[in-house]
Each structure stands twice: as structure tokens, then as C-alpha cells.
Design a protein around this ligand. Structure first.
Ligand code: BEZ
Ligand code: FE
Length: 303
């Protein structure tokens, strides 16, 4: 351990671990140190740059609390959140996508066909589809968390004029696996830019915009929980999402519908006279499989 050099420091770090260290933790720490040390060598990191990085992380911590998750945002804009999602996304079924910071636990229940729009401005949009298994079986009793922005691009948590759970709901599918709700079309919005992550985006010439989207978390017995979001085909930011969440199979369409055609059987039936829009999107879950063994130093051919 004495006289470590820039070549031996990574190995020396590994030797500091106690013999009882959890194998997975030892693996993650060793690989992290390997890449961190390689990064410092490769960039010939200066003391000033190292200190700037420390100050950035301190500022990220200082602005964070139980509502403001600046480290999650940092992970999002680096594409790390999307990468972790993709590493564990099922090979079949609907792709997963980033959770984001605006999901609220315990949102009020909404019956299938219920309305989220209420008195909010905007055209009526009917969103509907089937929650099903990869083999096509409809999944009755599936629980869906739904959340989105209003037409002003703000979530309830960001806008004091909105009720705490405005545009947040939970829905349980019937026997036929169907979900349906009426709402408004959410707007594209920027990730929070008033903190260190915003400064970093600015300093690197990146814009903070996300395409508009509807968020879903879907849970059904015997199936993998799906965290995802769906994006309209005509959104200007589809190919430049600041947090890298867009996948081809998550793209949907707002299809215009003529006045006088709003269907029966929904909370707003008989109350929509003008034009309205329809989004059809099935949410496909894959069945639970036995998990692959965790990678550790022993079973991994790490470079
Ligand atoms: C969102 O989808 O709400 C979101 C995701 C990542 C960062 C900020 C917001
Ligand atoms: Fe969002």
C-alpha cells in the first residue's frame, strides 16, 4: 500500500476491502474505482477541475430535498437513468422509460372511463387501450398509475394554482384489461434549470426540453412492473429529449375526431359537443421470469 503509483492505485484500492465485503458491493466499488481512475488518467484531470467537480456535487446536494431530486436529474441528463432502464427493460412487451421526479404515490382512484380534465382548459382527449400480457391475454385487475402535465407544461407539484393531485390518478382495469380516461394534451416542458444541472446544460450548449408525454406505471400479478411514458408522433422534441427517454414503440398519435362522435360509457359522455382527440395505446407486460445471477468479480469477465 506504501508507494502506490498512478498505475497501481486501482489495485491498491481493491485490496483495502475487508474479506466479508458483500461480493456485489465489492464488484461495483472495484469497477467504479477502475473507471474513475481511468477517467482521471485519460483526461489528466487538474486540481482545479477536480475541485470544480467537487463544488458541483456539493451544490447538487445542497439544492436537493425530498421534493427536489437534483442527483436524479443529473443522472437523467447524463443518460444514466435511461441506460439503467434499457439494461433491465424486458426484451418483449412495452419498453420502459424514465420515471422522472413528478410521480406521486397514493394518487386518487379513477374508474375506467373517468375524467382527469375537469375544468382545465384544453380540448378533450380520450386515452384508451388494453393492458395485456406479451401473449395477448388481457390483464384484468392491473393497476395503472397515470400522471401528466396540464396544457401549460406544469405538473401539479410545480403549479400552486393546481390541486395537489391534478392530472394524477390510479386506475384498475376490468376483466377485459381495458383502461380509458379523458384528459387534455400535455405540453412539452423543460427539466428544472434553476440549479447546478441547469448550469451544466447551459455550459455545454444543451437545451433542457423534453417532448410532451403521458406517464404510466403498470403492475399486474405474475408480470414485471412497467414504468413508461408515451410521446406524440408530431412532437418537435421527439429526437432531442434532454433525458433520452423516447423509444419507437412508445410513440402514439392524437387522432382528431369530429364533433358529435364522443362515445357512450365514459364520465364525459353527453358533455362533449365539439371536436375531440383520441389516443389508443396498449400496454404490454412481460411475465415474470427467474432473475439472472448478479454479476460479481468472480463470475464477470471484466476488462
Ligand atoms: C419527467 O418526465 O417528468 C422528467 C424526467 C426527467 C427529468 C425531469 C422531468
Ligand atoms: Fe414527465
Amino acid at each position: 500500500m506504501r508507494n502506490v503509483t498512478s498505475d497501481t492505485i486501482t489495485e491498491a484500492f481493491l485490496k483495502t476491502f475487508g474479506s466479508e465485503t458483500n461480493p456485489r458491493l465489492a464488484f461495483i466499488m472495484e469497477r467504479f474505482a477502475h473507471h474513475l481512475h481511468a477517467f482521471a488518467r485519460e483526461t489528466n484531470l487538474t486540481h482545479e477541475e477536480w475541485m470544480r467537480g467537487i463544488q458541483f456535487l456539493e451544490a447538487t446536494g445542497a439544492i436537493s430535498d425530498d421534493k427536489r431530486h437534483e442527483f436524479v436529474l443529473l443522472s437523467d441528463i447524463f443518460g444514466l437513468s435511461a441506460l439503467v432502464d434499457m439494461l433491465h427493460s424486458p426484451e418483449d412487451g412495452t419498453s420502459s422509460s424514465v420515471l422522472g421526479p413528478f410521480h406521486q404515490e397514493n394518487a386518487p382512484p379513477l374508474a375506467v372511463g373517468g375524467d382527469l380534465k375537469k375544468d382545465n382548459p384544453g380540448d378533450v382527449v380520450l386515452v384508451e387501450g388494453i393492458v395485456k400480457s406479451v401473449d395477448g391475454t388481457p390483464l384484468g385487475g392491473a393497476k395503472i398509475d397515470i400522471w401528466q402535465t396540464a396544457t401549460n407544461g406544469l405538473y401539479a407539484a410545480q403549479d400552486e394554482a393546481m390541486a395537489p393531485f391534478e392530472f394524477h390518478a390510479t386506475m384498475v382495469t376490468g376483466e377485459d384489461g381495458r383502461y380509458a380516461f379523458t384528459t387534455v394534451r400535455p405540453a412539452p416542458y423543460t427539466v428544472p434549470t434553476d440549479g447546478p444541472v441547469g448550469e451544466l446544460l447551459e455550459a455545454t450548449g444543451r437545451h433542457p426540453w423534453r417532448p410532451s408525454h403521458l406517464h404510466f406505471i403498470v403492475a399486474a400479478n405474475g408480470h414485471r412492473r412497467l414504468v413508461t411514458e408515451v410521446f406524440p408522433r408530431d412532437d418537435a422534441y421527439l429526437d432531442e429529449d434532454a433525458v433520452f427517454g423516447v423509444r419507437d414503440d412508445l410513440i402514439m398519435e392524437y387522432v382528431p375526431q369530429p364533433p358529435g362522435t364522443f362515445p357512450a360509457g365514459l364520465e364525459l359522455s353527453g358533455k362533449v359537443d365539439g371536436p375531440w382527440w383520441k389516443v389508443s395505446f396498449d400496454l404490454v407486460l412481460c411475465a415474470l421470469k427467474t432473475a439472472a445471477p448478479e454479476k460479481t468479480l468472480e463470475n464477470c469477465n471484466a476488462d
